[in-house]
Design a protein around this ligand. Structure first.
Ligand code: SF4
Ligand code: SF4
Length: 360
């Protein structure tokens, strides 16, 4: 069967508008080698990408970074998303976006705002962000978002330093007026991989947090939606990473490279195409990086004959490469992987060392 001909339409586009960011989170999902400002796509190119995305079937664009507000032309980019008919979600650190600028984005058609918080306690939050005053600025921006009537999601990245305050962070999201809170455990790629020993929670912490999330869902039912993802290193089965490689989403870097997932560049030998040379349709249908792990033909055992293979697609290719040394292997998070014991060994390495903050 021709995999490309049977392709589903992608639903979401992650537009990394810039890698510039005033914060220095030690788990930042940006690559270690950040794109420079001079390489960033201009607003007209983003407008073309959005039109191409919409004609491919994409419904939603996540305007991300870095900090998207570092772009002076953010309003034009938001307007371009609206003109393309895409639902736009701004993912912001909350630092660098003034109330006036936010107002302008709302006028330009912004549909939704997602603010990340580092902790419910100011000093810890500022320490994790590597930016004094970040906590206060995030709170202030959240109030502006709610005042403008824009829907707000609070995003919380959980690790050893803040995992004990999941309940307080959900309370904080409620107090800020969020309709949804996303609790995501650190994913160990890039900067987070560098900081893994400093960020890794204990199994007891994770189990306690998972129990708390369940209780919070019951307590706050109807008031706030709580989305939570179980941390990889303590799971028995992997997640269907990005909903399956090349099945649901595209990620465009500031310089225009199109990736099947934000960490895909860690896998050596993949050829990524760029929107400067190719249409999004061509890239989605036939770029080598998207074709590499699309479907299930590339799999080896134990995934190849596993009943779960159409559900989790063998888990994360980047994690398979980073831990098992083979991007075609089963995600070692899976208890059926011959490399699964390595995950427990890595999770046991915890050191109270200073963070290696994200930097350019
Ligand atoms: S994770 Fe932190 S450092 Fe990275 S882009 Fe977001 S706010 Fe900036
Ligand atoms: S063996 Fe592969 S397909 Fe089966 S559950 Fe594990 S990762 Fe998923």
């Amino acid at each position: 069967m021709n995999v490309a001909a049977a392709l589903p339409a992608p639903l979401g586009l992650l537009a990394e508008l810039t890698h510039r960011c005033p914060l220095g989170c030690p788990y930042c999902s940006n690559p270690l080698a950040l794109d420079s400002r001079s390489d960033e796509l201009d607003a007209a190119s983003w407008a073309r990408v959005f039109r191409e995305a919409a004609s491919l079937g994409v419904l939603q664009v996540h305007l991300s970074g870095g900090e998207p507000a570092a772009r002076r032309d953010l309003k034009d980019i938001v307007a371009a998303a609206r003109d393309a008919g895409l639902y736009s979600n701004l993912i912001t650190s909350g630092v660098g976006l003034t109330p006036q600028a936010l107002n302008g984005l709302a006028d330009a058609g912004l549909d939704h705002v997602q603010i990340s918080i580092q902790d419910s306690e100011q000093s810890s939050a500022d320490n994790i962000a590597g930016y004094k005053g970040a906590f206060a600025r995030k709170n202030a921006l959240a109030a502006e978002v709610v005042k403008l009537g824009l829907p707000l999601t609070v995003n919380v990245v959980v690790h050893r330093a803040n995992i004990g305050r999941v309940e307080a962070m959900v309370d904080m999201a409620l107090a800020l007026g969020a309709g949804r809170v996303e609790i995501a455990h650190v994913q160990y790629y890039g900067w987070a991989l560098k900081n893994r020993a400093a960020l890794m929670p204990t199994r007891e912490q994770v189990e306690q947090a998972v129990g708390q999330v369940e209780a919070l869902r019951t307590r706050h039912h109807g008031r706030i939606v709580i989305d939570a993802v179980v941390p990889d290193y303590y799971a028995r089965f992997p997640k269907p990473c990005v909903g399956g490689w090349g099945r649901r989403s595209l990620n465009v870097t500031p310089a225009g490279k199109v990736l099947p997932c934000h960490a895909a560049e860690v896998i050596p030998g993949l050829e990524f195409w760029n929107v400067r040379q190719h249409s999004l349709n061509e890239i989605w249908r036939s770029s080598p990086a998207f074709m590499a792990f699309r479907g299930t033909d590339w799999m080896q055992e134990p995934c190849k004959s596993c009943a779960m293979k159409e559900k989790d697609f063998g888990g994360c290719r980047c994690q398979a490469f980073l831990i098992a040394g083979d991007a075609r292997a089963a995600d070692p998070v899976c208890h059926l992987s011959p490399h699964h014991a390595l995950v427990a060994e890595l999770a046991a390495v915890r050191e109270d060392v200073p963070y290696d903050y994200r930097h350019s």
